[in-house]
Design a protein around this ligand. Structure first.
Ligand code: CMP
Length: 148
C-alpha cells in the first residue's frame, strides 16, 4: 500500500474542477485518506517546491500556487504514486496522453490543474508538509460503511 500527495491547484479550484479531479482518482480505485482546502502563503509555496528553487519558473510557479486556494489530499493504493502520475498525464499538457487530467483541462505547463508526488521520497516530504498524522485515515481505519 502506497501513499501519495495530490494537490488540486488554484487554476482547477477556480474553474470548479475539484470534484472531477477527485472522481477520476476514486473511479480508478485510489482511496482518499486525507483532504483539506488550503491557501498557501508565498513562503509556504516556496517551501513545498524547494526542489525547483533554481529553476527559471520558480517565482512564477510559487506565485501561482499562492494566488488562490488549493485542495490537498492523500491518496492510497497499490502503486498509488505511479497510478496518480499516469492519470494526471505529462507536466506539459501538450505532451500529456489523451484522457489524462492535464490533457483534458490544463491551460499551460504551469497552470496544469494537479500535482502528484513523483517518488516515494517526494511523498515522504510532501505528505507531512500538508497533513499531520491525525489528519490521515488509513484505508483500514476507514472501515466498511453499509449504506441503507
Ligand atoms: P508539478 O507537477 O506541480 O511540479 C512542478 C511544477 O512546476 C509543475 O507541476 C508545473 O506547474 C511547473 N512547471 C514545470 N515545468 C515548468 C516550465 N517549464 N514552465 C513553467 N512551469 C513549469
Amino acid at each position: 500500500m502506497e501513499h501519495t500527495l495530490v494537490i488540486v491547484k488554484p487554476d482547477a479550484v477556480a474553474r470548479g474542477l475539484i470534484g472531477e479531479v477527485i472522481r477520476r482518482f476514486e473511479s480508478e480505485g485510489l482511496v482518499v485518506c486525507g483532504l483539506k482546502m488550503v491557501r498557501l502563503a508565498q513562503k509556504e509555496a516556496e517551501g513545498f517546491y524547494q526542489v525547483h528553487r533554481a529553476r527559471p519558473f520558480f517565482d512564477s510557479l510559487t506565485r501561482f500556487m499562492a494566488a488562490g486556494p488549493c485542495v490537498a489530499m492523500v491518496l492510497a493504493g497499490e502503486g498509488a504514486i505511479g497510478r496518480v502520475r499516469t492519470l494526471m498525464g505529462a507536466t506539459d499538457p501538450a505532451k500529456a496522453a489523451e484522457g489524462t487530467l492535464r490533457r483534458s483541462f490544463a491551460a499551460s505547463i504551469e497552470k496544469n490543474v494537479v500535482h502528484g508526488s513523483d517518488s516515494e521520497a517526494s511523498a515522504a516530504f510532501e505528505i507531512p508538509y500538508f497533513f499531520n498524522r491525525l489528519e490521515i485515515v488509513s484505508p483500514a481505519e476507514r472501515g466498511e460503511i453499509s449504506v441503507m
